[in-house]
Design a protein around this ligand. Sequence first.
Ligand code: IPD
Ligand code: CA
Ligand code: CA
Length: 262
Amino acid sequence: MRLNSPQINLIIKVCMKASRSLIRDFGEIENLQVSTKGPGDFVTSADKRTEKILIEEIQKAHPEHGIITEETGIINKSNIEKKWIIDPIDGTMNFLNGIPQFAISIAYEEKGEIICGVIFNPIINEMFVAEKGNGAYLNNSRIRVSNKKIIKDALIVTGGPKGNSKIKNKIFSEYINVSKNVSNVRKFGSAALDMAYVACGRFDGYWQRELNYWDIAAGIIILKEAGGFINFFEEDKNNPLKKNIIASNSNIHNELLDLISK
Ligand code: IPD
Ligand code: CA
Ligand code: CA
């Protein structure tokens, strides 16, 4: 891989470190699933444990940088120039059920622009990496979005609605509308990996409402560097960390936009 900025090297190092305990924790899930207590509390602590390692390692290198994380919230809020955006486990529900479709997702942002990002599935050892201007990679191979040209042939991925969503009906009807106009729709349960899979051409497009910025921050740079197009829609000015996204290869992007009832 030809990416070697200090930030990308740091992200890769912290991902590798945190993944060791994450892999151990995932191995425990099978036992916990059959216990009477169930794996619920354990999973919460796996999220927290992973996040703690990631924060500690980044703070060792850059104590003054801002950090936005799912579990801890915002650290060094006043540093708006240099920020790390972390989701320690994206795909917790899969993790909880012993399904190896989850990832550590970390992005680094300068002056509001994402500079680099990593999405790492430690169970199948797939690391998606990108740096602004230098392309996107899966492990050591350059990746690109698919070349699918016709929306009717496209395989699209989505997620949600969340259990407490107030717009479930809207999301379900959107799902029906997209499903009728594409080859098929998948729900894989990790927004970060959904984005990474569009970046490497496994899926042709992705859309989802009610996301948080940490779900997709690393995915944004990976997908862009892989030649993908991204739109945010119905943005909430009072809540900039909430995101609705449409992402795909360039050929089908406008058609996918038209299928979403904005
Ligand atoms: C979730 C996953 C899931 C998406 C949810 C997210 P989590 O993140 O990305 O695919 O549908 O909206 O909250 O809770 O597993 O980190
Ligand atoms: Ca997430
Ligand atoms: Ca998470």
